[in-house]
Design a protein around this ligand. Sequence first.
Ligand SMILES: [Zn+2]
Length: 451
Amino acid sequence: MAYEAMYTKVRPKTLAQLLGQDHITTALTRAICNDRLSHAYLLVGTRGTGKTSTARLLAKAMNCEKVLAAQKSKQPLESFEIPCGKCPSCLSINSSPDNIEFDAASNRSVDDVQRLLSTAGLAPLQSRVKTYIIDEVHMLSFEAVNSILKLIEEPPPNVAFFLATTEFNKVPQTIRSRCQILNFHLVPNDTVAMYLQKLSKSLGVELSKDAAKKLARLAAGSMRDAVTYFDQCYAMADKTISLDDVNKNLGLVSDSDLDEIILAVKDNNRTALNESINHAFRSGLSAISIAEALIGRLRDVEFNSLKNRRDTELNFIENFSAEIRKIIVEMQYSGVPDIIFEMALMKLAAPKISTQTEIVPVEDAAQIESLDDIKRCLNELRTEISDREKTLRAALNQANVVSFANDILTLSFTSETVSDMFNENRMAKFEEYFSKKLNRPVKVAKVLNKD
Ligand SMILES: [Zn+2]
């Protein structure tokens, strides 16, 4: 038996089954009941939000005997009756020569389009209305667009065009202005999750609530992606699909692994972080996938914090998400993304120091020349750093004086992370401090010495 993707099996069969697009369902139902459908629609939206399905439903509805009869007798119809799906027209439309569907991505040239539209001027062979569904219309060449434009401007009788696009901005203005535009929204996660649970139940499998939520989140507003992910889990399922099953079947990091990473960074617990990163890597996922999963998880945490007005947590989440986004870009251009990921997270988990550090200069600005004196000076500085800046003091304890020559003081650090804590701002404060101590401008440099 030929395999049929679950998404094609569960495509909406009536306007009422089009989920997450209530504004479109309502508008189209009204237009159909009042017999005011346009001859050209531009369906705009992200992949998997129902554009092609809607175009097919409209093509069917324009020919549906029940719809036509209702229009004639001015009887109102409900969205679940459009189209009826039972009349001879509804049953035969998929194989009808009057129902032409093609993808502009693979039929871009003017020759392709003219060939496909060559019969547009001829009367429909079987149906009342001849319908053209053109996917990814923004991919058409300039000449191909012009040949469609002519047809839309002066439409032959009984012809309707449904042009779908994921990239509205790339559709020429001339097309946009001649079509009725239907804007498809991302399907809300709750709607997707509820639908998946219902679908699963109808297939005799119980999909847990958190598993459904996870699938919805992964699909990011695309019903097609959601059903495809669900199908992957369903194929392996027995009687139930849990969150763990979803993670295993789709090769995802579990939320608890992600939470452990987030918590370790938040608590500056680098030992725990190291363990949780290694644990996440054991799932076999790439560092980039884990980083992307982290962003998704942070979004959930952010949502919860927003609901509960936890402002400090929000700050942390926003900063952390921004950092992860930067890391992802860095990883994309690196040959060693795993190392970049681990190092960057470790750096994020390093104890934070306030940039407001006050380094109070000692009053006695005695002349100091020898290296020993410089070392003594550094020790004094350590004692002067207030308790408030314990981490900076601890970091400074790891600094070694390498040399002092030509008024340049060179400090060495054995750890990159500790070295990174001494940013430009902090180095400038050191320079100010030593310059005061030595009564002349002093430069401070740092080197990394891992041996
Ligand atoms: Zn029908």
